[in-house]
Design a protein around this ligand. Structure first.
Ligand code: ASP
Length: 312
């Protein structure tokens, strides 16, 4: 029987990721590495300020993800990957661990910050998931910022699409090369958990494909009884394995610790590339991945702070 942690580890905690994949030091130039470290640090500092000032875990999650959506470094919002038709189609979701309320948008092309649209779906509609033009119309009605589809363009992502299209004619590139995503999970001073995830999906995705990121239970899950989880990786497998909820369920029904549940699901059960970030109700965190690297970091009320890109 595993030991379940009962002692509260920290008053507030924020954990973020900017995607898992083929992230190795040898392939990263120092300038790019600095940019990632600086941006992840900025996200953690701004998000932690909210929690420190008594703000909600939902606010910390939304603000953290908005900063990553606005940065071309991550595959979400500006700088999202291109689909097979050369378009950016964005997905996002958010969940409130206190009420188990959730909101999501999928396949949107003109909403500047899809995570804010997901939150509006949660708070200002009676639905959980809105897609395409319907979601966009709703975002307009809610007064969210709307941009031209070209706003999301990034030359590097465009080049990746061309490369993958050329190679797919002859070989199958590893799914590890095609994804990325960003996400955040938080515990606030009031003991409330929240999780959110935002993505452009996978490069060269086809036919209105939707991945795990906007699917509650797969890409995002939060429950004050257990934990908050945000996933990144090969979405189809994360959906089939209901990854985020599975981790929560192992804690709830099998009394597993967050660390054991998360490591089991990502490193033993899941037969696909990816990782998750999670925080439990006591402030314990987990950031397992089975790829070579994952952009990730955490900060808590005890002043602990970490930003990492590569595997150990
Ligand atoms: N999970 C995302 C998707 O499949 C991609 C990623 O996280 O890398 O759409």
């Amino acid at each position: 029987m595993e030991q379940k942690s009962v002692e509260k580890q920290a008053e507030y905690v924020l954990v973020i990721h900017g995607g898992a994949g083929n992230i190795i030091k040898e392939k990263m130039n120092p300038e790019k590495e600095t940019k990632y470290v600086e941006k992840l640090t900025e996200v953690l500092e701004k998000g932690a300020k909210i929690l420190q000032n008594g703000g909600s875990s939902l606010d910390a999650v939304e603000v953290s993800i908005r900063i990553m959506e606005d940065s071309p470094l991550f595959n979400s919002g500006k700088g999202a990957v291109f689909n097979a038709d050369g378009k950016n189609e964005l997905d996002a979701s958010i969940m409130d661990g206190k009420t188990l309320n959730a909101g999501a948008v999928a396949n949107v092309t003109i909403i500047k910050n899809p995570i804010s649209a997901a939150r509006k779906v949660m708070t200002d509609s009676e639905h959980v998931l809105l897609i395409k033009e319907g979601a966009e119309e709703f975002a307009k009605q809610q007064g969210l910022e709307i941009v031209e589809p070209e706003y999301f363009f990034d030359q590097n992502r465009w080049n990746s699409l061309q490369k993958i299209k050329n190679r797919e004619a002859n070989e199958k590139p590893s799914p590890d090369e095609k994804h990325g995503t960003c996400g955040a999970v938080a515990l606030d001073k009031f003991g409330n958990l929240a999780a959110g995830t935002s993505t452009g999906g996978m490069t060269n995705k086809k036919f209105g494909r939707v991945g795990d990121s906007p699917i509650i239970g797969a890409g995002t899950y939060a429950n004050n009884k257990t934990c908050a989880v945000s996933s990144t990786g090969h979405g189809e497998f994360f959906i089939r394995n209901v990854v985020a909820y599975d981790i929560s369920a192992l804690m709830e029904y099998k009394n597993m610790t967050l660390s054991n549940a998360a490591n089991y699901v990502i490193k033993e059960k899941l037969n696909a590339n990816g990782g998750i970030i999670a925080v439990d109700k006591d402030g314990n965190i987990a950031m397992p991945f089975n790829t070579s690297g994952m952009f990730r970091g955490f900060i808590n009320s005890k002043g602990e702070f970490e930003v990492k890109l590569y595997g150990n």
